[in-house]
Design a protein around this ligand. Structure first.
Ligand code: FES
Length: 578
């Protein structure tokens, strides 16, 4: 804390509330307006509860009541709890893409923490973008803080079998389009998948980011995997509130927790749990806020040496419920052993080694030991480069048909997702199992907001032939619950002048995952001619957030943050203190 912020109790909040004159009066009498007695304003630490609760974010709808448990913990430990709303990002609803709003939530939370009389903050998150946005904000404001993710849903159950978020939706949608199931079965499935409160229970983006938050040291051990409706989550919430008060007193800040070592731990855990490709973007953005140097090459390097240990959909068989009962992230980290920096300090104030020592793997089928992985090292997210993606692209190896990892085929190119959807069911579509399906203008600027459309549905013609995977290339993202030989995050994107905008239908495209290459087999002079003839187009954006986003968003290899949000400004309010 800067000297400027030290008030009469030495707490940040006392600069607002500890002042004996008019400024303090104004701050205190407005808290009395909320019915707070004098004893609540006796200089105790003020702990914010930043809540992403919203009925427009069903995965976070239970956070309204979970906040009560956090509040109980704060009060038990002698703090004053002040809950406030933060922009909530509902993955299923927000258009054109939830990713367009991640940076908005990060900016809002950062500024709210900085502008208010808070000594520490608890952030309640859940659905995909809310957790990385919170981590980015906390890295930039660097106020003592702790995250509590809302926990995954219970397993889906349909006609006697377990079904998982997203992953089984893709499967059932393909089965419907292939004529293997009828509309009635599809509708019945709809009501059986999401049986409880919580976020998606596959190892999708929400579960990945919850696990990485724990690996980064920013939430209490075991918090990532425990189901949302397990009564022990309320206990965890109370413990989180208690710990927030202690953090305020200790002054332990995110910059002391989210170090380079902690970031590396998160990457190792992501690879070991088959984490979402979206985590690549989020970790690059978080590292950018922290000032921790991190590149796509670092992510590829970790992926090459860390095997897949967690047998969860979409790469494996089980769901977050089984992961929790097996011991969750602490048990996984125990199996990872020397691959982690166990000296890293977590939000507990203690080294990671202590959380790991207390862990037990009660489900060795779900969390495999290093000597018996689900898939060997190198099956996680691979980073590709070539004349189609000079600044990089990614593919989730474990989610692809192995036969397609080294593949050359003719491109079938679409300038938009809508253009592809218009012909996807056409029986005369000129497509075979060798085709490389390309969709562009889906990047950070081009869509705008880089939607999760990179796992394009297969052409009906191929589905009816029994084809279940196809090489697909785009500057889009894909859901962490999805699967397929999908090359994503191509950078630079086509709308920013990237060479993805130059490829034409019929060009041969070569995907070489072992060699980490992605190329179109077109002579350089021909590409130069095409480049001279091509004008990238940006979507219209006259005003508001979309305009700000398009003008300032960084490419996928920089985490899709806004250029002016990279880095940290600390917790001192802007302007001159009065
Ligand atoms: Fe919210 Fe999947 S839709 S986590």
């Amino acid at each position: 804390m800067s000297a400027r912020n030290i008030g009469s109790t030495g707490r940040r909040s006392s600069e607002w509330l500890g002042d004996g004159g008019k400024a303090g009066f104004i701050a205190r009498h407005h808290l009395r307006q909320e019915g707070l007695a004098s004893r609540q304003l006796d200089g105790r630490p003020v702990i914010g509860i930043a809540n992403t609760w919203s009925e427009l974010t069903p995965c976070n709808a239970h956070l309204r009541t979970l906040a009560d448990s956090v509040r109980r913990g704060i009060q038990t430990a002698g703090g004053l709890a002040l809950e406030f709303p933060v922009l909530s990002i509902g993955e299923p609803f927000m258009r054109p893409s939830s990713m367009l709003y991640r940076n908005m939530m990060a900016m809002e939370l950062e500024e709210l923490c900085r502008a208010n009389p808070l000594d520490a903050v608890v952030v309640l998150t859940g659905c995909d973008k809310t957790t990385p946005a919170a981590l980015m904000a906390l890295a930039s404001v660097d106020i003592p803080s702790i995250i509590l993710t809302g926990g995954p849903m219970l397993n889906g159950r349909f006609r006697g079998r377990v079904v998982g978020s997203g992953t089984d939706i893709w499967r059932m949608t393909e089965a419907l389009r292939a004529g293997e199931i009828d509309a009635a079965e599809f509708t019945e499935f709809e009501s059986c998948l999401n049986r409880s409160a919580g976020h998606c229970m596959t190892m999708g983006t929400a579960s990945t980011m919850a696990s990485l938050t724990e690996a980064l040291g920013m939430q209490l051990p075991g918090a990532a995997a425990l189901p949302a409706v397990d009564s022990r989550r309320a206990v965890l919430a109370e413990d989180t509130g208690v710990r927030a008060v202690e953090l305020a007193e200790e002054g332990l800040r995110p910059s002391a927790i989210m170090t380079r070592e902690a970031v590396e731990n998160a990457l190792v855990v992501s690879a070991a749990c088959g984490g979402s490709t979206n985590a690549v973007l989020h970790m690059l953005a978080i590292a950018g806020r922290l000032g921790v140097p991190l590149t796509l090459d670092d992510i590829d390097e970790v992926s090459r040496r860390v095997p897949l240990l967690v047998d969860l959909m979409p790469s494996g068989r089980f769901l977050m419920e089984e992961f929790a009962y097996a011991g969750g992230v602490p048990a996984l980290m125990r199996e990872l052993g020397d691959l982690l920096h166990t000296e890293a300090i977590t939000v507990t104030g203690r080294p990671l080694a202590e959380s790991i020592a207390a862990a037990r793997n009660d489900g060795p089928e779900v969390i495999r030991p290093l000597r018996n992985p689900v898939q060997p090292a190198g099956s996680g997210t691979a980073v590709l480069r070539g004349n189609l993606a000079p600044d990089g692209a990614v593919i989730k190896v474990s989610a692809a048909d192995p036969a397609l990892l080294s593949h050359t085929g003719p491109a079938l190119v679409f300038d938009s997702v809508a253009e592809y959807h218009a012909v996807a069911d056409d029986p005369d579509l000129d497509v075979t199992a060798d085709t490389v399906l390309i969709v562009r203008n889906c990047g950070p600027k081009g869509y705008p907001g880089m939607p999760e459309v990179g796992n394009l549905p297969l052409p009906r013609k191929l589905l009816e032939q029994g084809v279940r995977d196809l090489v697909r290339i785009s500057d889009a993202r894909m859901s962490g619950t999805a699967y397929g030989a999908c090359v994503l995050h191509v950078a630079p994107e086509s709308a920013a002048g990237g060479p993805l905008g130059l490829v034409r239908t019929g060009d041969l495209v070569r995907l070489d995952v072992p060699g980490r290459r992605l190329d179109m087999l077109v002579p350089d002079d021909e590409l130069a001619t095409r480049e001279a003839e091509t004008t990238p187009t940006l979507p219209p954006a006259e005003r508001g957030w979309t305009r700000l986003h398009i003008e300032h968003v960084l490419q996928a290899d920089r985490g899709v943050d806004l250029d002016f949000l990279v880095g940290s400004s600390g917790d001192a309010p802007a302007g001159t203190p009065f």
